[in-house]
Design a protein around this ligand. Structure first.
Ligand code: PDD
Length: 288
């Protein structure tokens, strides 16, 4: 039996019904999060839930559940579904109301949906790296909000998939912003560079964790815009996200990054990141 969260309840997956006029379905009017689970424990769970609250606030929604309530619901869900290594996905929409672009009247309740999925760590990508392409960033100007509207991201990811690649690196003019579903780090002469956390990128929790780890371990970490030319001239490139962890990028648009193999700084970042996972969630099995 698989369970999901619908509003404040944990129910069987196929009992969960959402109205056709839910605003998430009709407008993408809502926000979401993806939290990694290792050894049945949410990794950086607090940070993700705080970002959910903040994304909601940025679109004029005061979340109908507290962080403590959400934590408790998701911990129960993880247990009930027997998740060891996986994810919790959650989304909150502005609720169900007759279709009208303006917000629904006061009193309409938000819709909260959450489910879990078994998902192993991407061991092969972590070890060998992935291929990537460049794509134009056609998204809106509030990429800092983890909004359900992901068309710009989806179209870029599909372009990558059709090119046999894992990720699309987005650029606005000459400036690289982020990946279609990840943050990007370039490494030059031992320094890690990433786009500043402003409205052009999602301030990833992986990115924030990595920044803290770099600062605590003497790895130079700089938030600064960089260009496609800088990206192509980088010694190493790494991709960071909840599901990808710290994945090396070894090719961009068919050109090798550095010598075409994951580099030493990326390996160090991976080690620091894995140590942080193990500190929060316990020892990881060798292959999961
Ligand atoms: N994506 N930038 C974008 C556009 C993203 O969609 C994501 C995450 C990130 C990295 O954020 P974090 O480190 O908090 O996962 C950056 C998630 C995993 C997704 O949509 O599935």
């Amino acid at each position: 039996m698989e369970y999901v969260v619908l509003n404040g309840e944990i129910i069987e997956r196929y009992q969960a019904k959402i109205d056709v006029e839910d605003r998430g379905y009709q407008f993408g009017d809502g926000v979401y999060e993806v939290i990694r689970v290792y050894n049945g424990i949410m990794f950086t769970g607090r940070e993700h839930l705080e970002r959910l609250v903040s994304s909601a606030e940025k679109i004029g929604m005061k979340l109908g559940w507290t962080i403590e309530e959400l934590e408790s619901l998701f911990n129960t869900l993880i247990k009930k579904n027997g998740i060891g290594t996986g994810i919790v996905y959650m989304q909150v929409t502005r609720g169900t109301s007759p279709r009208n672009h303006a917000f629904p009247p006061a009193g309409v309740s938000q819709t909260l949906v959450a489910y879990t999925r078994d998902m192993q760590r991407p061991m092969n990508n972590l070890a060998n790296g992935v291929k990537t392409i460049l794509a134009e960033d056609i998204r809106w100007l509030r990429c800092d909000i983890k909004s359900l509207n992901l068309l710009g991201n989806i179209l870029a990811k599909q372009k990558a998939a059709e090119a046999g690649c894992y990720e699309a690196f987005l650029h606005r003019g000459e400036t690289i912003t982020e990946g279609s579903s990840s943050n990007i780090f370039i490494i030059k002469d031992g320094t890690v560079y990433t786009h500043p956390a402003n409205n052009f990128i999602l301030n990833g929790i992986t990115r924030q964790t990595l920044e803290k780890l770099c600062k605590a371990n003497g790895v130079p970490f700089v938030e600064k815009e960089f260009t496609t030319a800088d990206l192509l001239a980088a010694d190493e490139i790494a991709i960071g996200s909840t599901t990808s962890e710290i994945t090396p990028a070894v090719e961009v648009d068919g050109q090798p990054v550095g010598n075409g193999e994951p580099g030493p700084v990326t390996r160090k970042l991976q080690t620091l990141f894995q140590q942080e996972i193990e500190r929060q969630c316990g020892t990881l099995a060798v292959n999961s």
